[in-house]
Design a protein around this ligand. Sequence first.
Ligand SMILES: C[S@@+](CC[C@H](N)C(=O)[O-])C[C@H]1O[C@@H](n2cnc3c(N)ncnc32)[C@H](O)[C@@H]1O
Length: 371
Amino acid sequence: MNSWEEIGEHSYLLNHAKSVEKCYNNNFQDEKIKQACFNKTLFHINVPYDRREEPDESNKLTKRRKRMKTIGALDEITQKILENHSSIQHKLLINSDRSYTNNKPALEFVDQFNTSTNYDGDKRFRGQNTTEQSIITEMDGEVFLIPPRVSFINSSVERFAEYIEQKETFDLIVLDPPWWNKYIRRVKAVNAKAAYRMLTNADIKAIPLERHLHQNTLVAVWCTNAPSHIEAVTKEFFPKWGIELVACWYWIKITSAGEPICQFKEPQHKQPYERIFIGLPAGSTMAKSFPSEWFLYSIPSAIHSHKPPLYDLFTSKFLPPHATCLELFARSLYPGCTSYGMEVLKLQNKRLYELATEDEDGKTDGCVALE
Ligand SMILES: C[S@@+](CC[C@H](N)C(=O)[O-])C[C@H]1O[C@@H](n2cnc3c(N)ncnc32)[C@H](O)[C@@H]1O
């Protein structure tokens, strides 16, 4: 069930909301619930963030008024991504809805979610759903959606060895570290609930991942464009974990009209893309044939740092269909995966979803069922 569509050579497009909808499988323990999907407002990102201040009219004209997509002298990688984007831009128009909301409803929805919900990251708990049905459960006054075939651990990685058995290996390990950065420090100062804690490079390197690899375990690390983070993954973490770098993929964040969510800029500035470094254990039989460079496109949700799920992409191309996956620093659950992090259920909160329910006459109301 791959929700990534191939749109060009080495280029893929994901409908994030749809891939999450598939997880729930039209199969809930509570038979009245027929389907669940993310609240669509979350993905109503229709104007690049650096053009939000412009009057509505000028944004409507963007198709006719070819705009500069860049600022300053681009480095080689940024230039390559810009060229890839230009070559497939015509395939990126995801949403035929041409309303220009300036992303406001999406941002307000997330603000409201952050201020009205409580998530105690310090609380330690674990759970699982080994069935094929989705479950709805309550904890500390909040309601959470639990998809089929998941397990989760809410804890700091410092206690990783207590929860993940030493001999347990995974086919795929995905990490999205809480990199130490100025932006999160600023968010924290304004609204502590919207920010998360951060870790130093040394803390991340200390995670004993090397114990949980088999010969062909794929390790994927989400990385910012900060040179210190890039260096840390490739020169420190991977060698410590016994991993060799085989690929660097790019996630390009686009609006519903297919434009980058901000301009491509000179180095050291915020870019519309992030990197995913992929490694395999030394001597892996998969290393030679693994694609070294892919371009992944999707509309990001308005939730800060919310990444698209990679599991389907990896299982459809490189791993067996029921591959085991460990996602570290997770905020959500995905069938087939063990999620671990201090906010492991945060984005499973029912407030972020629309549910389709069936009434006594068999009529369904709520989110639209999958096509
Ligand atoms: C970059 S975010 C991950 C975002 C996630 N991949 C998503 O798509 O929503 C990093 C996460 O790591 C969590 N975190 C911070 N310190 C941690 C620690 N010591 N142990 C485990 N998780 C931690 C944060 O609370 C945050 O949820």
